[in-house]
Design a binder for this molecule. Structure first.
Ligand code: 9MR
Length: 473
């Protein structure tokens, strides 16, 4: 079932060069160098999807949006355009123009499509919700057949059912589907989708199932049953996360689904925080994104990651959780957030042109006059500690215009850096002497940049937070 995607990827270099020539952008260069400098090139190099949920109007009307989607992502999902209310607003009256726009765009740009979604309790017209069991089954079968057949060979995978489990201790969601058709509505949906497009990968998708909990236990039980009938290929973990709250059990939880013979996929990733974001929060967000990306990158059966929107202002989050947001990889002006760099690095990319600098305008703290005299300041914070190691994020803030910076500290105990990103130097000893990379040394007064690293340490010891001395280079 990977054949579609693999076949498409095999011709990707040629297809992308042609398509982007039409768009006026030069993607072909990203395939030439050894080190990937876009998310897309990095994900391609390790055989993963890096996807984005897209809005049809912006895709049609906003050239920079279009170019960024084409340049940075190898997979697309319709944020709304493939939902039932968009594709079959009245019984038997199918409207595919929006969905077609997205699938055509993906094809023109050598991107795969993860389809979202056939059967959901939301964004489904009221005419469906009022049917009796027999008529509802007929409507579901007709809908899945029609949509899946239309995009057969063009949509690589589908969220067949979405959010069928409630937040109440793993109980099934009390939806009109369940009330009318019973739990068998799920099996009917998967059987129909499998028959309609035998080559598409079929997923069950839900939120708050990233960690090992009652809800993910129920998804596990459902997945076991569907897998035993060979009508399920994967589990989608939406991953609408909150800053600093990547579940500690996420990796093990995904692994238990892989152990069932299933793929896993991060399908709707965003990481929200209380707005406005300061530099420390953006650094923590980058660590959270890096952790999620590493989990997928290191799991052979994780098919990829889709972020749920392009820029912070494209996200559903502020509308649903007022006072929160800044949840995605790009600022409103399309500049790349620290989280972007973290995802790029975790996918194995990096190199020059890799911006880790936050624009001065995005950090309210930088609007006050910088302190004089001290050149720069740097702070460390521990993000994910575990028994024998930890991940740290570091923020370097310029108090004057800088053409480079140096940082040094000494570990008080057994801590030693094992790998680091966005920083260079003599890093592995008890005393660390680090310096900027070529791309993150130039900072205007008030700007900040981030770097990060992993350490090893004695089993069970505390990961300390030493004071860092920062000096202009
Ligand atoms: O991002 C989508 C937003 O534009 C829609 O208004 C909303 C309607 O329910 O759906 C959002 O996407 C959801 C996705 O389809 C399923 N998982 C949760 C997503 C965020 O609400």
């Amino acid at each position: 079932m990977l054949l579609n995607r693999q076949r498409r990827r095999a011709v990707i270099a040629g297809a992308v060069t042609l398509a982007t020539a039409a768009l006026g952008i030069g993607l072909s260069t990203q395939f030439a160098g050894a080190q990937a400098t876009t998310l897309r090139a990095a994900a391609d190099a390790i055989g993963k999807d890096i996807g984005v949920a897209v809005d049809v109007n912006k895709l049609q009307n906003n050239a920079e949006y279009r170019n960024t989607v084409a340049t940075e992502f190898n997979s697309l999902t319709a944020e709304n355009a493939m939902k039932w209310d968009a594709t079959e607003p009245q019984d038997g009256n199918y409207t595919f123009s929006q969905a077609d726009t997205i699938v055509n765009f993906a094809e023109d740009n050598g991107q795969s499509v993860h389809g979202h979604t056939f059967v959901w309790h939301a964004q489904t017209p009221s005419w469906v919700q009022g049917l009796d069991a027999t008529a509802m089954r007929t409507a579901m079968v007709d809908h899945i057949n029609t949509v899946a057949n239309r995009y057969e060979g063009r949509v690589d995978s589908w969220d067949v059912v979405n959010e069928v489990v409630s937040d109440n201790n793993g109980a099934m969601r009390d939806s009109f589907w369940l009330r009318t058709m019973g739990e068998g509505f799920i099996t009917t949906a998967f059987q129909t989708a499998r028959a309609a497009d035998p080559n598409a990968d079929l997923y069950i998708n839900d939120y708050s199932i990233e960690g090992d909990n009652a809800k993910s236990d129920t998804i596990y039980r459902i997945a076991q049953g569907l897998k035993s009938q060979n009508i399920l290929d994967g589990v989608g973990f939406q991953s609408h996360l909150i800053l600093g709250q990547v579940p500690s059990t996420m990796e093990a939880n995904l692994q238990r689904f892989v152990d069932l013979g299933l793929k896993v996929r991060i399908t709707e990733l965003d990481i929200r925080l209380n707005t406005p974001a300061d530099a420390n929060e953006l650094a923590q967000q980058a660590e959270d994104y890096r952790r999620v990306t590493e989990i997928c990158a290191e799991l052979a059966d994780c098919s990829g990651i889709t972020v749920w929107g392009l820029r912070d202002n494209d996200s559903w989050v502020p509308g649903t959780f007022p006072g929160t947001g800044a949840a995605l990889l790009f600022f409103e002006d399309y500049s790349k957030k620290p989280a972007y760099t973290a995802v790029l690095n975790a996918l194995g990319g990096g190199g020059t042109g890799n911006p880790t600098t936050t624009p001065a305008t995005s950090d309210p703290a930088t609007t006050s006059p910088p302190p004089t005299g001290s050149g720069c300041t740097a702070t460390l914070s521990v993000s994910s500690p575990w028994n024998t190691g930890a991940t740290y994020s570091a923020t370097v803030k310029a108090n004057q215009n800088l053409n480079g910076w140096k940082v040094t500290w000494t570990w008080p105990g057994s801590e030693r850096i094992s790998n680091a990103w966005s920083v260079t130097g003599t890093l592995t000893g008890a005393t660390v002497n680090g310096a900027n990379e070529s791309y993150n040394g130039t900072l205007a007064a008030g700007q900040s940049t981030t770097f990060g690293f992993n350490i090893t340490k004695a089993d069970g010891s505390t990961a300390s937070v030493p004071t860092v001395t920062c000096t202009p280079a």
